[in-house]
Design a protein around this ligand. Structure first.
Ligand SMILES: [Ca+2]
Ligand SMILES: [Ca+2]
Length: 403
C-alpha cells in the first residue's frame, strides 16, 4: 500500500462532516483490529461462550443466542444448498468453509491478495442461483495497487471443488483512482430475477453518485454469462448501462425478500441520515455533493428521488440486512432484520403488507454481544450474524426455544 491518509483527505470533496465521520470510522475500525490482535482478548475468545436465552417482548418469541464458531472478522456469509456455510475473512482475503455439522475446514477455500485497510477487504460473497450445476461462488474484494495499476474493488468468480476454490476469474474491476480507503460498498447478491446485483460506494467523492457514466455510488445489475457479465436487459438507464439505482454513498449490504423479490439496502450516511431503503429501478436515492440532511423528507431538484424507509440521526452505520422468511421464528415472518456497526444492535423492522413502509422498529436483545457485520438466514431458519468482539470475531446464531 502506498496510499497516505493525507492523499485521502485532500481528495475527498464532500465536506468536513463526512471527513469527520470517516476519521471516526477509522478509529473505531483500528481499535477493533487492535483488539483482535491483543493477547488478552484472544485468550478470552478461547473460553466457551455460555448460550443465553432472551425473549422478544413484542411477539413473545424466545430465542437462544449461541456461538456457532470463532471466526476472523466474518464480513460476508452465505449458505450453500446443503447447509455448508461459506464466510469471508475481511482482513486475510480468505474464504472459509464450515461443514453442515459446524466444523471449520482447516484450509481456506481460497485466498486472494487483498488490501484490507479500513473499509477495504474481502467483502461481499454470493452463491450462484444454480450452484448445484455451476459450482460458482462470487466474491468482492479490494485488490492491492501495483506500480502500474490502481487498487481496485473486483468481482471475482470461482468454482468450489471439494472444498477448494479453483479457476478464479475477475468479472469486473473498479479502480480506486483517488486512493480512498472508504465507501467501497462491495456487496454482491442475486435477485429473485436471477440477475447479479453489485453495490459500490462513492469512494469518498459524492459527485460519482449522480453521474450515470460512473459505476460508483450505485447499485448495478448484470446478467451473468459463461464469459462474464453484461448489463441486464431492461436496466433503467439503457441496456448498455449496468446502473439499476443511483445516489448512494456507501451501500454496505442489500437483500432480496425471497417471497416478493423486493430489494432493500443498508446505506451508510455522513454525520446524519443513515438509511434503510427500498430500491426501485431508475430511482435516485439522493446522495450528492453538498448533501443536506433531510431524514425521510424530500430533496428538491432531483428527479425520481426516493426517500428512505428509515433514517437514523445520530448515525449508527447499518450493515448486514435480510428479510426473514424462515420457519424457525414464525412471528418474525417478513420482518426486515439489520445490524449496525456502531452499537452492534440487531433491529427488527415490521414492514407494511406490501413491503413499502416500515411500520415499527424494535431491537432484539443480544446481551453484550454485538451484531456488527453480516447477517444471514440459515437453511434451518436460525439467524446467523458476524461479530468482531471476543478477539478477532465470531459467527453467532439465534435459534428458537420451544417448550
Ligand atoms: Ca438516501
Ligand atoms: Ca449480507
Amino acid at each position: 500500500m502506498h496510499i497516505s491518509i493525507v492523499s485521502v483527505v485532500s481528495s475527498a470533496t464532500q465536506g468536513a462532516n463526512a471527513l469527520h465521520r470517516g476519521r471516526r470510522g477509522l478509529s473505531v475500525f483500528v481499535c477493533l483490529l487492535l483488539l483482535g490482535l491483543g493477547g488478552g482478548e484472544a485468550l478470552r475468545a478461547q473460553e466457551p461462550f455460555q448460550p443465553r436465552t432472551f425473549t422478544d417482548p413484542v411477539t413473545n418469541t424466545t430465542y437462544r443466542l449461541e456461538r456457532y464458531l470463532l471466526a476472523n472478522f466474518p464480513v460476508g456469509m452465505a449458505f450453500l444448498p446443503d447447509g455448508t456455510l461459506l464466510y469471508n475473512e475481511k482482513t486475510t482475503g480468505s474464504v472459509r468453509l464450515v461443514t453442515p455439522e459446524g466444523r471449520l475446514q482447516p484450509q481456506p477455500v481460497l485466498t486472494l491478495p487483498t488490501s484490507a485497510l479500513q473499509e477495504r477487504g474481502m467483502l461481499g460473497l454470493a452463491v450462484d442461483p444454480n450452484f448445484e450445476q455451476t459450482r460458482y461462488i462470487y466474491v468482492v474484494h479490494t485488490r492491492e495497487g501495483t506500480a502500474r495499476d490502481f487498487p481496485a474493488n473486483q468481482l471475482v468468480r470461482f468454482r468450489l471443488e471439494e472444498g477448494r476454490g479453483v479457476d478464479p476469474q475477475v468479472l469486473a474491476s473498479y479502480p480506486i483512482t483517488n486512493g480512498s480507503l472508504l465507501h467501497n460498498g462491495g456487496n454482491v447478491h442475486f435477485g429473485t430475477d436471477g440477475r447479479l446485483y453489485l453495490s459500490l460506494g462513492d469512494y469518498g467523492e459524492a459527485v460519482h453518485s449522480q453521474d450515470l457514466n460512473s459505476p460508483l455510488g450505485k447499485i448495478l445489475r448484470f446478467q451473468v454469462t459463461e464469459d462474464g457479465l453484461i448489463p441486464a436487459v431492461g436496466n433503467p438507464y439503457g441496456d448498455d448501462n449496468p446502473a439499476y439505482a443511483i445516489g448512494f454513498r456507501n451501500p454496505f449490504d442489500f437483500t432480496f425478500d425471497a417471497l416478493t423479490g423486493r430489494l432493500y439496502v443498508s446505506e451508510v450516511g455522513p454525520s446524519c441520515d443513515d438509511e434503510i431503503n427500498l430500491v426501485l429501478p431508475g430511482f435516485n436515492y439522493g446522495w450528492r455533493p453538498d448533501y443536506e440532511c433531510v431524514g425521510t423528507g424530500l430533496i428538491r431538484g432531483l428527479t425520481l428521488y426516493a426517500p428512505p424507509l428509515l433514517s437514523f440521526t445520530p448515525v449508527e452505520a447499518p450493515t448486514g440486512i435480510i428479510v426473514y422468511r424462515g420457519a424457525a421464528f414464525p412471528a418474525w415472518q417478513g420482518n426486515l432484520l439489520f445490524c449496525n456497526w456502531n452499537f452492534g444492535d440487531l433491529r427488527r423492522v415490521v414492514l407494511s403488507a406490501d413491503g413499502t413502509k416500515a411500520e415499527a422498529v424494535h431491537k432484539l436483545d443480544l446481551g453484550r454481544v454485538g451484531c456488527r457485520i453480516d447477517l444471514v438466514e440459515g437453511p434451518d431458519g436460525a439467524i446467523y450474524f458476524g461479530t468482531v468482539e471476543a478477539g478477532s470475531g465470531a459467527i453467532m446464531r439465534l435459534v428458537p426455544v420451544t417448550e
